[in-house]
Write a protein that binds this ligand. Structure first.
Ligand code: NDP
Length: 253
């Protein structure tokens, strides 16, 4: 995507990022802050989150709020509790990037481990829903809220071996579409990003033989991540965007 955002694109915006400790989410948090946003970091690993918060502090000043929440065990009550804490700290949320995700088994359906299947659904779908439900009141306080889910090419077209992950990403697309319809008369837009194959730990575990140098980095994807959080996408809702529109799904040759 060729997009030249204004340097103050996200000034005065408050944006929460899940899975902010690594990969695409970490890069998104750093990028949103670079364009002026106050970011709130969510993740499951305290040390990694603290390191991202320190990096943000070093680069842009201020101390971002960060919270640990393991989506594998998160209940609706945990998410509500977090939302209550946030309500005491910030007046609203202008953006939420649901980025945290779990890959599960890359294996045929017949060999998908049922417990791993449930874990993938818990992290990618159920906890993402619990968190969305808890954060909606804060998002609706924004005059231009942006709720962004993270999908995948296997969330639009099933592919052998992608089991629970593919099913969870189809569910993610569905959740996005339902919410977009429900809030289309209000100041909340809801969309999906499909990052496309990107140089991260998750990608390396899905394609261990792939040369990571052939993949785009999280930083390369940031124009779309910025555009969806800023005013230039204000009229878009219910859509699923590709961060790498010309990339063919599957292993990079
Ligand atoms: P990474 O593995 O690099 O990062 C995943 C992030 O999610 C990490 O911050 C991780 O935390 C967090 N996370 C994982 N499990 C949990 C959990 N139980 N509770 C809380 N946080 C958790 O992956 P990517 O950056 O590649 O993936 C980001 C998103 O992009 C995912 O939704 C993925 O499905 C999607 N995607 C990625 C593609 C790619 O090629 N990379 C392609 C298509 C979609 P921790 O640091 O503790 O591990």
């Amino acid at each position: 995507m060729h997009y030249q955002p204004k340097t103050d694109l996200l000034q005065n915006r408050i944006i929460l990022v899940t899975g902010a400790s690594d990969g695409i989410g970490r890069e998104a948090a750093l990028t949103y802050a670079r364009y002026g946003a106050s970011v709130i970091l969510l993740g499951r690993n305290e040390d990694k989150l603290r390191a991202v918060a320190q990096e943000l502090n070093h680069l842009y000043g201020g101390t971002p709020h960060w919270f640990t929440l393991d989506l594998l065990t998160a209940t609706p009550q945990d998410c509500e509790h977090l939302a209550q804490k946030l309500t005491g700290l910030v007046p609203r949320l202008d953006g939420v990037l649901h980025n945290a995700g779990m890959l599960g088994d890359v294996a045929p359906m017949a060999q998908q481990d049922p417990q791993t299947w449930q874990n993938v659904m818990q992290v990618n779908v159920n906890a993402t829903f619990f968190l969305t439900q808890a954060l909606l009141p804060l998002l609706l306080k924004s005059d231009a809220g942006s709720l962004v889910f993270t999908s995948s090419s296997v969330g639009r077209q099933g592919r052998a071996g992608w089991g629970a992950y593919a099913a969870s990403k189809f569910a993610t697309e569905g959740m996005m579409q339902v919410l977009a319809e429900e809030y289309k008369q209000q100041n909340l837009r809801v969309n999906c990003i499909n990052p496309g194959g990107t140089r991260t730990a998750m990608r390396a575990s899905a394609f261990p033989t792939e040369d990571p140098q052939k993949l785009k980095t999280p930083r390369d994807l940031m124009p779309l991540y910025l555009w969806l959080m800023g005013d230039d996408s204000r009229r878009k809702t219910g859509m699923s965007f590709d961060a790498q529109p010309n990339r063919k799904p599957g292993i990079s040759e």
